[in-house]
Design a protein around this ligand. Structure first.
Ligand code: NAP
Length: 351
């Protein structure tokens, strides 16, 4: 077992951490990392079947799970928190990642926002021993689509998506952006108004791509939304147009690492961290696939390969300043090329 992190609040590692939405793409990488670091992890999952699959994938006595159906139900988390007094930190990752809902309010907004409020309330009422809450927020809460695409705009870790409820309910994409924004606001409001015992750190991933935590999750299965976008490129026919943009992206394994930094480094308390490597698009990803997998995927459309990425991708979008995030994240981000190579290799070996 890897040694526990010697950081000042490493004592937390002697206790259990709870992860909501443990069946998720990001959360599965997170739990792998936490267990490798010696933490005991309790996962909130929505079905026993998924919990058992994770247990078998992890093969670790340090992992257990609890089935709780929908966090949008008031008090949903209470039974776990009343029972497990060993929980000292919580990662709240659960939230629908859905950009095309027809019922934005019920399918996206309520689970994201009410789910988050219920988690906060349950900790407050039943788990005063919890000292840290790490929330998986999003680029979506940092900037609206329009802010992100405005070349005169600067996005840094202090920026907030300025969307309204009315805009949020207009369509699926707005719905996701708005739900993540209002969910984050609910956290800071709660912290300001109720003075809970726990500190909060917000991890704000950009579009997250990269391999699944376990090969068994691939094998033709429907992947989470963002990983599926990359997998879908492999289904293109030679004459197909290249699909649209992807924007700021990052490897899922770096998102997992960032969550652990948030847990272990008290300097992250009360802060927001924007996790992104670079802006990209599907053309650039296809270029990487053609470069590294000509035998397997030479038939995919070539589009117009980009020769000068720095100049050609998203020059017309907002300027991003993630200096504060880079300072605190004590690891090198995985390159886009490596992300795509690892993703495609996993798809090939699980075929
Ligand atoms: P994912 O694979 O779709 O995972 C979502 C997780 O949330 C699943 O465990 C899902 O449970 C759970 N969930 C959904 N609705 C729920 C509800 N009402 N109650 C309880 N659990 C619920 O997505 P992901 O990409 O790992 O996303 C995880 C978190 O990262 C989300 O908060 C998302 O907003 C955030 N994020 C993701 C990206 C990205 O590009 N992927 C970027 C920025 C932020 P089931 O398995 O039972 O459905």
């Amino acid at each position: 077992m890897a040694p526990l992190n010697p950081h000042p609040n490493h004592a937390i590692a002697n206790y259990s951490v709870l992860v909501t939405g443990l069946t998720g793409y990001i959360a599965q990488h997170l739990v792998k990392l936490l267990i490798a670091k010696g933490y005991k992890v309790i996962g909130q999952v929505r079905s026993k079947e998924k919990g058992e699959r994770l247990k078998s994938n992890l093969g670790s006595d340090s992992f257990s799970y609890e089935v709780i159906q929908g966090l949008e139900v008031k008090g949903a988390l209470d039974p776990i928190l009343q029972k497990r007094k060993d929980i000292r930190a919580i990662f709240h990752t659960a939230s629908p990642v859905l950009f095309e809902s027809k019922d934005v309010y019920n399918e996206v907004f309520v689970p994201a926002v009410e789910g988050t409020k219920n988690v906060l309330e349950s900790i407050y009422l039943h788990a005063p021993q919890v000292k840290k809450l790490v929330v998986t927020s999003s680029l979506a809460a940092l900037a609206s689509y329009d802010q992100n695409m405005d070349p005169n705009f600067i996005i840094d870790e202090t920026n907030y998506n300025n969307t309204t409820m009315e805009e949020t309910l207009k369509n699926g994409s707005n719905g996701y952006y708005g739900a993540k924004t209002f969910a984050e606001r609910a956290v800071w409001d709660f912290k300001r108004n109720k003075y809970p015992n726990f500190e909060v750190t917000m991890i704000m991933p950009s579009y997250t791509i990269g391999p699944q935590a376990f090969d068994s999750e691939v094998n033709g299965n429907q992947l989470n939304t963002t990983a599926q976008w990359v997998a879908d490129l492999l289904k293109l026919k030679p004459e197909d147009p290249i699909p649209g943009f992807l924007d700021s992206q990052i490897d899922v394994r770096d998102i997992a690492r960032a969550h652990v930094v948030a847990l272990e480094n008290p300097n992250t308390n009360g802060k927001r961290y924007f996790m992104r490597l670079s802006r990209t698009n599907m053309q650039q990803i296809l270029d990487i696939i053609h470069k590294h997998f000509p035998k397997e995927f030479g038939h995919l459309p070539k589009g117009k390969p980009i020769t000068d990425y720095y100049n050609e991708i998203f020059v017309k979008a907002a300027y991003i300043d993630d200096t504060e995030t880079r300072k605190i994240m004590d690891f090198d981000y995985i390159s886009l090329e490596q992300t795509i190579i690892d993703t495609i290799n996993q798809i090939l070996r699980t075929k």
